[in-house]
Design a binder for this molecule. Sequence first.
Ligand SMILES: Cc1cc2nc3c(=O)[nH]c(=O)nc-3n(C[C@H](O)[C@H](O)[C@H](O)COP(=O)(O)OP(=O)(O)OC[C@H]3O[C@@H](n4cnc5c(N)ncnc54)[C@H](O)[C@@H]3O)c2cc1C
Length: 520
Amino acid sequence: MLTGAIFLHDAFTYTDKHIDGVPVAPLALNPERGGPKNLPVVKSYLSDLEDSEQSELCEKPHLVIVGGGWGAIGVINTLKTGDYHVTVVSPETYTTFTPLLPSAAVGTVQIRSLVEPLRKVIARLHGHLLHGKAIDLVMSERLLEVETVTTEGEKVNIYVPYDKIIIAVGSTAATHGVPGLENCYQLKTVGDAQKIRQRIIDNFEVASLPTTSAEERRRLLSFVVCGGGPTGVETAAEMYDLCQEDIMNYYPKMCRQDVSITVIQSREHILNTYSEAISQYAEKKFMHDGVGLVTNARVAAVTPTSVIYTKKGADGKPESHEIPTNFVLWSTGIAMNPFVARLSSLLPNQVHRKAIEVDAHLRVKGAPMGEVYAIGDASTIETSIVSHLLDLVDESDKNKDGKIDFEEWEDMVQKIKKRIPMSEEHLSRVRELFDLYDSDADNSLNLNELAVLLQEIGHKITALPATAQVAAQQGKYLGRKLSKVARQRSVLAANGLTTEAGVDEAVSSPFRYLHLGSLA
Ligand SMILES: Cc1cc2nc3c(=O)[nH]c(=O)nc-3n(C[C@H](O)[C@H](O)[C@H](O)COP(=O)(O)OP(=O)(O)OC[C@H]3O[C@@H](n4cnc5c(N)ncnc54)[C@H](O)[C@@H]3O)c2cc1C
């Protein structure tokens, strides 16, 4: 009876995929070498010929998504199956729900609740996961250089060819040149959360030993957070809850007497990018809970046993202070991912310090049109209108007199809104702006007047924040758009669009961010 049931189960659950003899492309086993560094070029994957759907995808344009975070998942979830041969390159095999990292770091949320295997997410697209780290891009040959690591720890670099590539590698922690950051913890990945959790437990256990002095116990249970942004504040709050609620029963005396939590912030207030009400609420809550707040202070160094910071004294002169500690979280903002820094250095006019600049269609500025996109924390949408001045004048100066009259200005405003949609709210008073900047009152704007106008409007545009919401929306926008590009390829070609330039504009409006409130 049981054997019969097993046979029956097998008959319905075994698929063709379980049989031996699935063909493998020879190139997947022995990749040819090529590119400027003569590295193996991954043109084929082991599973490329696994079934007819996979085989058909080999003929489709190759889309490489670099990174497996919020932005990448947005792309993967909105791309339509069958449009691209998709490869995701990521040093982690899973994607992380970052808003829950502070809870995971203190152990109130299990790690498995905030991760999802990337292979599971890309299965719908019959996509491939390449476990490695992007380190360089050869745009002239459309090759991504990826560093992979063998089980022996040996680094093996390979090239991954692409037709289109999306850079979604996020950011790294800003260091501000502070010495001793090797003594700090960061909170960006699941690995970071696990290390923090372990350090907290170790600190409590060593502090509990009868051989530990009172002074050392206080140092072990002094938790310092450098940075009063959302990650720092949330982690400090989670630590407070951990010590005053979750583990109070295990270490009652130490939790009451010896634990201290301190947040050091360089600005006057914590959460200064949020509304004043939120910032004030958080400060009041910390004050009530006894979480130490040191504002207007700069961390000067972190040593293995303390944090040293400077703060102006009553006489206005900077004074140095030291907090003994055995746990420091460094969360003072974001900096450019090294791969993005490399890409940025390869391109002209990429001068942003924290991210790579993209246009309103999320195409990397200066890269071959329609081939290289960037989303999420790795990117920033251009806000400078004045850099388009000459093109705008060329397009809108209908009578070619070198000046822009009001009718031409109205036309120019529409063109600016298309190029830089984030300028829209600053361009609503079209007539007022025209009159305001027409300083010689000749009823037209000359190049100088226009330059001042466009520059000042550009300064008013606020860049989008580095949040999961922005990254996810950009990813979804790009996934939908790229599927449209793939599906309308023949129509576009029939209309003369045979190269990538102009294809994005033909199928889609520029990206627009819709703020839906905060995630956490
Ligand atoms: C602790 C914490 C809490 C947060 N809480 C919130 C919140 O509550 N709300 C909110 O909106 N935002 C929050 N954020 C911010 C949010 O997580 C980021 O804005 C968002 O993750 C950005 O998405 P991304 O896709 O650009 O980058 P990420 O999500 O960071 O993904 C980057 C991906 O690229 C991979 N990668 C990195 N380098 C390489 C490389 N060289 N090659 C290949 N792959 C690479 C990484 O492994 C990762 O998979 C939080 C961030 C942190 C750290």
